[in-house]
Ligand binder design. Structure first.
Ligand code: FES
Ligand code: FES
Length: 158
């Protein structure tokens, strides 16, 4: 499979959870485990661009597919992406357990919809539970990131 743009080979039982393979042999511990049963979204990754709960996906299902984890969201220079920066600036993270999943879910939204409404943002993160922030700061951070990206594309800035 390709993980964050790099071809990776890993040996694991076919029914091993993708979450365990990412955090174990692949060493990508940014993806978090909350509930372990598809309820909280902390383990969200993109599988061929689609957000999935990696605690519910068998590693064997991912053969030949492209995965993106939170470690792959930085900008091409390796700095924080606009989305990640907005989470920091707008207080979108507190304890941080939900943050990787929130970022990945938001990334999927912004790839599909560069100018989402607040309702669309709330829909996109509806599968991600946060017990700290009350959600508004997360929603604000995602809307802020969309606004910055739109301004950059209209001015040609990067
Ligand atoms: S750990 Fe996967 S949804 Fe909660
Ligand atoms: S920041 Fe703590 S669960 Fe969201």
């Amino acid at each position: 499979m390709t993980v964050n743009g790099v071809a990776r080979e890993v040996e694991a039982p076919p029914l091993a959870r993708l979450l365990d393979v990412l955090r174990g042999p692949m060493g990508l511990t940014g993806t978090k485990e909350g509930c372990g049963e598809g309820e909280c979204g902390a383990c969200t990754v993109l599988l061929d661009g689609v957000p999935v709960n990696s605690c519910l996906v068998a590693a064997g299902q991912c053969e030949g597919q492209a995965l993106t984890t939170v470690e792959g969201l930085h900008d091409p220079s390796g700095a924080l992406s606009t989305l990640q920066r907005c989470f920091v600036e707008d207080g979108g993270a507190q304890c941080g357990i939900c943050t990787p999943g929130m970022l990945v879910a938001a990334e999927a939204l912004l790839r599909a919809n560069r100018n989402p409404t607040e309702d669309q943002v709330r829909d996109a993160i509806a599968g991600n539970i946060c017990r700290c922030t009350g959600y508004q700061r997360i929603v604000d951070a995602i809307l802020h990131a969309a606004k910055v990206a739109t301004q950059h594309s209209s001015t040609g800035a990067t």
